[in-house]
Design a binder for this molecule. Structure first.
Ligand SMILES: Cc1cc2nc3c(=O)[nH]c(=O)nc-3n(C[C@H](O)[C@H](O)[C@H](O)COP(=O)(O)OP(=O)(O)OC[C@H]3O[C@@H](n4cnc5c(N)ncnc54)[C@H](O)[C@@H]3O)c2cc1C
Length: 377
């Protein structure tokens, strides 16, 4: 990738991904139960090799690949995009910080689309301020005596409570705040683990995880005790630009729909696109989406190059892309008129889907705080 354009191979790959998504993934997404994990869809992501591309065998994850996957899938099917992204978010801590045994147990299953992963950081009392989490890991004196019992609640956890395993961040208390947190890999069959589904504006497999004395041992720790917050932050550093890519994909889908509609819908003796207020709105949107797209690619390329200013770039990319996508979808609805609000219309779907990315993985305001902090560093 140069500063301003993708390599021809990446452009061709994106076109291929869109075709594949429309032909093979969208039909599976349409058959899924809203708000529940769609296992046939996750399995297809594995069979088509898309999860493998996310986590290449023996190699490091390429942030740009993650972004291109998310943008291309989102253009055709947001459910497929989300299923792919959640596998990545839930399993990346294992790839990044897991032992050989943890990786061997879970990563082949995740990349084949047979095991579903979750990333459990947020709590009812700790969202943006994740370091305030209170889920307790108390030393367990029973058994071999090298373990903990996890007690507390996680909230807004994608793929919970059905996921096959979750990375759970808990307070082991080595130090106050972020330095007293440990990441644990908790398989779904551990005693004391339960949870319930949460019904959201846009159907999304999401729920709570309730831990009532769940036993974990040293073998379940991801990384080192007391270093779990770093596991979470390194995961979010990789994923933040890609949330922007998801948003760009939705924005491009909305713009394409608006362009097509404005070219064919007639009013006052001509197509809508001949009204200057409509065509200028489309021109502004296309410009802003292009700017967001390039900022996302630049942040991903900076991550892949190990650039020192990735925190600022990732925050800028997520901020601009998610806010632009909201604006693009809203404008596309306006250009369509009433038909866009009819249940089942693409834009009715996108109007609901586009809202959450401005909140999760760091709300817009949190991204501004990160950018400002980096500007004064
Ligand atoms: C669809 C969806 C999926 C999710 N999936 C997951 C998941 O898989 N795993 C997981 O752990 N979590 C997940 N979350 C939770 C998400 O990460 C939190 O919602 C997010 O961190 C914000 O926390 P909160 O909702 O508690 O809002 P709060 O922290 O209460 O913040 C509310 C608002 O206050 C403002 N605010 C907060 N802090 C600041 C600040 N420093 N400066 C300025 N303004 C501020 C912002 O406007 C913010 O939106 C998901 C959320 C959604 C909606």
């Amino acid at each position: 990738m140069t500063a301003f354009a993708l390599d021809p191979e990446d452009v061709a790959w994106c076109a291929e991904l869109r075709t594949l998504t429309a032909a093979q993934l969208r039909p599976l997404a349409e058959k899924g139960e809203p708000g529940r994990i769609n296992r046939p869809l996750v399995a297809a992501l594995g069979e088509l090799g898309l999860l493998r591309r996310l986590f290449p065998e023996g190699g490091t994850v390429r942030a740009l690949d993650l972004c291109l996957l998310r943008e291309s899938l989102a253009q055709e099917c947001t459910e497929a995009e989300t299923a792919l992204a959640l596998q990545g978010l839930g399993a990346y801590p294992v790839l990044q910080s897991g032992t050989d045994a943890q990786r061997a147990r879970w990563l082949p299953e995740v990349t084949a689309g047979r095991a579903v992963a979750a990333f459990a950081l947020s709590e009812p009392g700790a969202g943006s301020d994740a370091a305030a989490l209170t889920l307790a890991a108390e030393p367990d004196r029973t058994g071999a005596g090298d373990g903990w019992r996890l007690t507390g609640e996680k909230c807004w956890i994608s793929n919970a409570p059905e996921a096959d395993f979750a990375t759970v961040f808990a307070r082991t208390g080595e130090a106050p705040g972020a330095r007293g947190v440990t990441a644990f890999l908790v398989p779904a069959d551990r005693p004391g683990l339960s949870g319930e589904h949460l019904d959201m504006l846009s159907p999304h497999p999401i729920g709570t995880l309730v831990l009532d004395g769940v036993p974990v041992t040293r073998a379940d720790v991801l990384g080192a005790p007391g270093h779990g917050f770093g596991v979470a932050m390194r995961t979010l550093n990789l994923f933040r630009p890609s949330v922007g890519a998801f948003a760009v994909g939705m924005a491009r889908a909305a713009l394409d729909a608006a362009l097509a509609h404005a070219a064919t819908r007639t009013a006052f003796g001509g197509p809508l696109k001949d009204l200057q207020s409509v065509s200028h709105r489309l021109a502004d949107l296309a410009t802003r989406i292009e700017a967001a797209r390039l900022l996302v690619y630049a942040a991903a390329a900076a991550y892949d190059a190990g650039a020192p200013d990735i925190a600022k770039r990732a925050a800028m990319a997520k901020l601009l892309a998610t806010e632009t996508a909201q604006e693009a979808v809203d404008a596309a609805v306006q250009i369509h008129g009433a038909r866009a609000l009819r249940r089942g219309h693409l834009l009715e779907h996108l109007y609901r889907e586009v809202r959450a990315p401005r909140i999760y993985e760091g709300a817009t305001e949190v991204q501004r705080t990160i950018i400002a902090r980096e500007l004064y560093r």
